[in-house]
Design a binder for this molecule. Structure first.
Ligand code: SMG
Ligand code: MG
Length: 388
């Protein structure tokens, strides 16, 4: 078992306290290359919400992964914007900021709204990286130069269409295929994919579409040797998942139910799951993501990096996070081309034929922003400054 990296070894502080001169949020809409359907919705574009912190003449960028509707979690693009404007931005603009802990503790007194908070923590880490001239992966102590990745495939109009997509993504090198499932699109679909590809790493994600009453039905997935079943039950449930795990051979993985290191600890105590999907946005930023990573590493629970159909900015942060030692399973970090015809970063994220992606090594996010394209697609920008 690995020993967690001591927090003191992490470089989460700016070289000197940073008096932030502005906090901005920017909305831009990117069309998806194909519609993405889950058990809760079908979308054909992403309203991308970026965050920007300005200080010491440098800008740090982050992303808020909230959706337009409160379907994955209660947060939306609109709630995040209000919370930042009224509470979070003023808290950061009030006096020089020193470390990631300082950012987190200023935001922690406001309950909830993890995706909004994460957007600011991400931008802070990019800013620190640029000021220290180090990539985020170095700041957080990630030793992995390349990360293993998979792809998440949505519900398709036909099984044939899904099978074709599976083939296509395996040919591109993806190490693991995740299928979105819901009642009526589950056992038969998994059976068809498994028959065609008997030995690939295969998992399913229900986004909370079932109840404990479906345990007998979900047991029908056991013969397919799945890597995991992700979030089959309620979005805020831990207890029923523990009961379900006792009835299944297949490991359960929690996504929506893990909202911070506290709920991760409770899930491990209750044995609600045998692996955890860490999304920086869902858990409120780097502070909690690092804490969950360290907890799981010490407990021998594998983690992997989830995705929210982010732009390249959010994806670059995901790559940095996934470079940590506990991220032993392939993440939902796919190539830019799997999501958008054109990404807002250069170069775009590319997946090598061995199903790995390089972790950026230049300072901060480690990628250039395509500011012309960002400007072209921008719907709105709002900027906040200290008022008193
Ligand atoms: O970014 O590749 C991606 C998407 C991965 O399936 C994915 N995310 O529950 O894990 C999940 C879903 C949530 C996305 S909803 C738009
Ligand atoms: Mg999920």
């Amino acid at each position: 078992m690995h020993t967690p990296l001591p927090t003191s070894a992490r470089q989460l502080a700016a070289p000197a306290p940073v008096a932030l001169t502005g906090v901005a949020v920017r909305l831009l809409r990117l069309r998806l290359v194909r519609p993405f359907e889950t058990s809760f919705d079908r979308i054909d574009s992403r309203l991308i919400m970026l965050t920007r912190l300005e200080g010491e003449g440098v800008q740090g960028w982050g992303e808020i992964v909230a959706l337009e509707e409160p379907l994955f979690s209660y947060e939306t693009v609109d709630t995040a914007r209000q919370i930042i404007k009224r509470h979070l931005a003023p808290a950061l603009l009030r006096g020089p900021v020193t470390t990631l802990d300082d950012v987190a503790s200023r935001l922690r007194r406001f309950r909830g709204h993890p995706m909004a908070k994460a957007g600011l923590e991400l931008a802070w880490m990019d800013l620190v990286g640029r000021l220290r001239q180090e990539p985020i992966t170095t700041l957080i102590g990630g030793p992995r130069p390349r990360v293993n990745v998979g792809v998440s495939l949505g519900i398709e109009p036909t099984r044939q269409a899904l099978l074709a997509l599976v083939d296509q993504h395996l040919a591109l090198g993806y190490q693991r295929i995740k299928l979105k499932i819901k009642p009526g699109w589950d056992v038969d679909v998994v059976d068809a994919v498994r028959q065609r590809h008997p030995s690939i790493l295969l998992s399913v994600d229900a986004n909370a579409a079932y109840t404990l009453g479906d345990a007998a039905h979900l047991r029908k997935l056991d013969p397919f040797n799945l890597l995991m079943i992700e979030q089959p039950l309620g979005h805020n449930d831990l207890v029923d998942h523990a009961r379900l795990q006792q009835q299944l051979a297949t490991p359960l993985c929690l996504d929506e139910s893990i909202v911070d290191v506290h709920s991760a600890g409770q899930a491990l105590q209750l044995e609600s799951c045998r692996m955890i999907n860490i999304k920086i946005g869902r858990v409120g930023g780097y502070s909690e993501a690092l804490a969950i990573h360290d907890l799981c590493l010490a407990a021998g629970i594998p983690v992997w990096c989830g995705g929210m159909l982010e732009s390249g900015i959010g994806r670059a942060h995901n790559l940095a996070l996934a470079s940590l030692p506990g991220f032993t399973l392939p993440g939902d970090i796919s190539a830019s081309a799997r999501y958008f015809t054109r990404d807002i970063i250069v170069p775009p994220v590319e997946v090598a034929s061995d199903g790995t992606v390089a972790v950026p090594t230049r300072p901060g996010l480690g990628l250039d922003l395509d500011l012309d394209y960002m400007t072209q697609e921008t719907v709105e920008i709002e900027r906040f400054e200290q008022t008193t």
